[in-house]
Design a protein around this ligand. Structure first.
Ligand SMILES: Nc1nc2c(c(=O)[nH]1)N(C=O)[C@@H](CNc1ccc(C(=O)N[C@@H](CCC(=O)O)C(=O)O)cc1)CN2
Ligand SMILES: Nc1ncnc2c1ncn2[C@@H]1O[C@H](COP(=O)(O)OP(=O)(O)OP(=O)(O)O)[C@@H](O)[C@H]1O
Length: 194
């Protein structure tokens, strides 16, 4: 039997939050190393990531590695008026960060730092679970499904790459009509691609 979306969310989130600090740290370093082997990186300059929350695999080592490589990085900000939508703002070591309504760290909204998604090359997407076809289950806000819709329909725009622990993979997720499958997902031990 395949579990409901809520049950998958609950089960995987609990598993993520049970990892000890050392397991989290080792996995985040492996993820950062493996991500660096992506051929896309050679031609990409503008990369959106996110600050990890709720036991998500820590993106900090990856972000710092990308900075050392001279890449420009961006973070999502919950749109102040447009419900369910994200803005992407430039992120460097001087960016002022605050917690949003979900308790997730995001840049303070400064209009001059907004980067149109059409000018971003890669979007690293958070996820709670992913399946053998590349479908992702998120936190339930639909934020990334909305963000990725245009790329999915037109093939133009930032390419999404999921980031996850290996154990976030499940055989099959219950899919909804609006779900956008990811073309690539990087975990500490492998790169899934479709
Ligand atoms: N680190 C990180 N940043 C991110 C996301 C993410 O998944 N991870 N998002 C990806 O979209 C956006 C925020 N999305 C969110 C959507 C819903 C909830 C939320 O409602 N959480 C509740 C209930 C969850 C549930 O339905 O089980 C909670 O945490 O209790 C949180 C964040 C933008 N930034
Ligand atoms: N492209 C879209 N346009 C309008 N509504 C959408 C779109 N994508 C998703 N939604 C709505 O968003 C809600 C949450 O979707 P879903 O449960 O798939 O989120 P999620 O993928 O888990 O979250 P997230 O993308 O924020 O990590 C659904 O009720 C759905 O109706």
């Amino acid at each position: 039997m395949i579990l409901s979306r809520q049950n998958f969310r609950k089960q995987i989130r609990e598993k993520r939050n049970r990892l000890c600090k050392d397991e989290q740290h080792q996995a985040s370093l492996s993820l950062s190393l493996r991500f660096s082997t992506l051929p896309e990186l050679l031609i990409c300059q503008h990369i959106a990531l996110y600050i990890s929350s709720d036991g998500e695999i820590d993106t900090k080592p990856l972000i710092e590695r990308l900075w050392k490589q001279g890449k420009q990085t961006y973070l999502p900000v919950i749109h102040p008026f447009s419900k369910g939508c994200l803005l992407f703002l430039h992120y460097d070591s001087n960016t002022s960060i605050k917690q949003n309504t979900y308790g997730i760290f995001e840049p303070e909204l400064n209009k001059t730092c907004i980067k149109p998604i059409s000018q971003i090359d890669l979007i690293c997407t958070p996820l709670v679970g992913f399946d053998s076809l590349g479908y992702r289950l998120g936190m339930g806000g639909g934020y990334y499904d909305r963000t990725l819709k245009e790329w999915f329909i037109t093939g133009v725009g930032a390419i999404p790459i999921g980031l996850a622990y290996d154990f976030q993979h499940v055989d099959q997720l219950p899919i909804k009509s609006w779900d956008i499958p990811l073309p690539k997902i990087v975990t500490p031990t492998q790169i899934w691609q479709w």
